[in-house]
Design a protein. Structure first.
Length: 179
């Protein structure tokens, strides 16, 4: 089977040309256009809860919240994490797609995508140097926290059912994240 690999620039040109529709739920992983899992009600609720919990960081201009938008990790890889906490910029990244170096935290909400998030996306985030990733497991009601990227993995990993997670000094109760 012959596969054609795309760069992030090709991917954006396909969207601009209408080949990829605005409502298409796809992302670019290692040069391949990959369809995203459908978003269920619990997923939507969890994402809204996360946005609410992390919004004080944006209000204080410590970070910017990005929801289901591209994050360029490599020239051929541009996933759309459910939520990314980015370094604050007054221009709100108007001139470019945020990159791994801009990410302070990436959050994936997993209702049907846990395997993909942990086995495909997490190693990519680690390779790109994203300092912290949370994977919210809605099925098992846990928040997996990964810190200290090392190669294709993270040096620190926890699975929390209660307690708190913190980022940039903001403490978020785990139960507040799980709908």
């Amino acid at each position: 089977m012959i596969r054609h690999r795309f760069s992030a620039e090709d991917f954006h040109r396909m969207a601009e040309a209408g080949i990829l529709g605005e409502d298409d739920r796809v992302e670019l992983i290692r040069g391949e256009v990959v369809e995203l899992s459908p978003v269920g009600k619990r997923h939507m609720a969890a994402l809204k809860r996360l946005m609410n919990a992390l919004f004080p960081l944006q209000q204080a201009k410590k970070a910017l919240l990005q929801v289901q938008d591209p994050l360029r990790l490599f020239p051929d890889t541009e996933p759309q994490p459910d939520l990314a906490l980015l370094a604050y910029r007054d221009d709100f990244y108007r001139e470019r797609v945020p990159e791994a170096k801009d990410a302070l935290l990436v959050v994936e909400v997993a209702e049907t995508s846990l395997d993909h998030d942990l086995k495909v996306k997490l190693p990519l985030y680690a390779q790109a140097g994203v300092p912290e990733v949370w994977v919210v497991d809605l099925v098992r009601e846990k928040v997996h926290v990964f810190r200290k990227p090392q190669g294709e993995g993270y040096g620190e990993a926890q699975a929390l059912e209660d307690g708190e997670v913190s980022v940039l000094g903001l403490k978020v109760p785990v139960k507040e994240v799980l709908p």
